[in-house]
Design a protein around this ligand. Structure first.
Ligand code: SF4
Length: 185
């Protein structure tokens, strides 16, 4: 199928871009991808378990990846205020600086900027629809953007509430990835 070929080819190109960019910072693509995920993950997802589930790798591999990121000063472990068993992995300023240079890659950025506004909107809409449909078919709803979740309720100007965790959410929270995400019907 033509669609599959395009997605696969783009995916391979992104992999090779990540390898190239990572080499500039002495990072493997997996380390760069983990860092990028943590920068976009919410407080329920920026943990060892969250990274493991998102990348679909073993806990051992992810632990090593995170240890490297921590040793290089790109992430910092912060214990949860309410639950001593949970440790959050926060991206440091150095990590954010790296990501702002590396993600998206110059190639992706340049290809994106070559599209008209209308084409960009259409492409995003089509990809969103494709992802949503695929998630519905295979039942894997996790890791969506909070603002599109069925549990997300708007309770005021720039104020939101998570019906699952029973906690308030900020505007910024609604833009982050969450492992508990459930698509709105
Ligand atoms: S509303 Fe959904 S996506 Fe947002 S924090 Fe709650 S469970 Fe996660």
């Amino acid at each position: 199928m033509l669609l599959h070929e395009y997605i696969e080819r783009i995916s391979r190109l992104l992999d090779s871009e990540a390898r190239l960019i990572g080499s500039d910072y002495n990072l493997q693509p997996i380390q760069l991808n983990a860092l990028n995920f943590l920068n976009r993950a919410n407080r329920y997802s920026n943990t060892l378990q969250g990274v493991t589930a998102y990348l679909g790798l073993t806990k051992g591999t992810v632990s090593q990846t995170l240890a490297t990121l921590e040793a290089k000063g790109f992430i910092k472990k912060i214990p949860d205020k309410n639950d001593g068993r949970v440790v959050h992995l926060n991206v440091t300023r150095a990590g954010q600086k790296l990501l702002s240079k590396a993600m998206p890659s110059a190639t992706v950025q340049s290809a994106w900027e070559g599209l008209e506004d209308k084409e960009q909107k259409q492409l995003i809409e089509s990809l969103k629809q494709l992802l949503t449909t695929m998630q519905k078919i295979n039942g894997m709803n996790g890791f969506g953007v909070c603002g599109t979740c069925r549990y997300n309720q708007k309770i005021g100007e720039k104020k939101f509430f998570c019906e699952l965790t029973q906690e308030n959410l900020s505007q910024k929270d609604t833009e982050l990835l969450c492992r508990e995400h459930q698509l709105a019907c």
